[in-house]
Design a protein around this ligand. Sequence first.
Ligand code: SAM
Length: 221
Amino acid sequence: MARNGDRFRRSDPALDEPFQGHRGFAWLWERMVRHEDPRERAMRKYVTGGVTGRVLEIGVGVGANWPYLPEGIDYVGIEPDPYMRRRAERHKDGRDLPVLPDRAEALSFPDESFDTVFTTLTFCSVQQPDRALEEVRRVLKPGGQFRFFEHLRPPGRITGRLADFITPAWKRAGGGCHPNRRTVQAIEAAGFTITERRGFSLGPVPMAAGVAIPIPLRVWW
Ligand SMILES: C[S@@+](CC[C@H](N)C(=O)[O-])C[C@H]1O[C@@H](n2cnc3c(N)ncnc32)[C@H](O)[C@@H]1O
């Protein structure tokens, strides 16, 4: 059966290239999440603990959000990096937590399949965030929630420029992470309205979590 994601795969040669996994970063990330700031853990709990119904997680990583998943949901995750997927396997603790190798830009799910899509610290790394947000909109049921937790470009003139300056090197060392993404603005520009927002600052870096609801197309256009 041709699935909706195939439409996107065929139309963009960049998405046909095999995903470049980051072996060293996967090793490092597994250690970093063990030593996270308690405020980051609280945001993971807020974002993940609020999911309901049929749920999609984008960019599972090593499964750092799994401890916070509520009972009684129907979960599937995507994670294109094989090194992350392999590490995540060890954190399943016998639970049924399927993880597909999809990229966020080309999800292999039909339109309106999920009550909740959630993601944490992933849109900094996704190669085509605008396209990925289109996909989130596509697979969410009307009235569904997109729950997110992301770090943002620092708002200060100097710190913002510094983030721009370090991005090329940071990307290479940090598994594709862009410290200068304006993800909240991107979510709004993709046709979502943010109905809840929380956050804190990690040094100069704003950390934003929240809930976004797709604006119905007839209202948005
Ligand atoms: C910093 S890690 C965060 C992992 C996890 N979400 C967490 O909070 O621990 C970024 C993740 O984004 C994933 N990623 C990168 N590009 C992606 C894409 N195009 N689609 C989905 N996930 C992607 C990476 O493989 C990696 O697992």
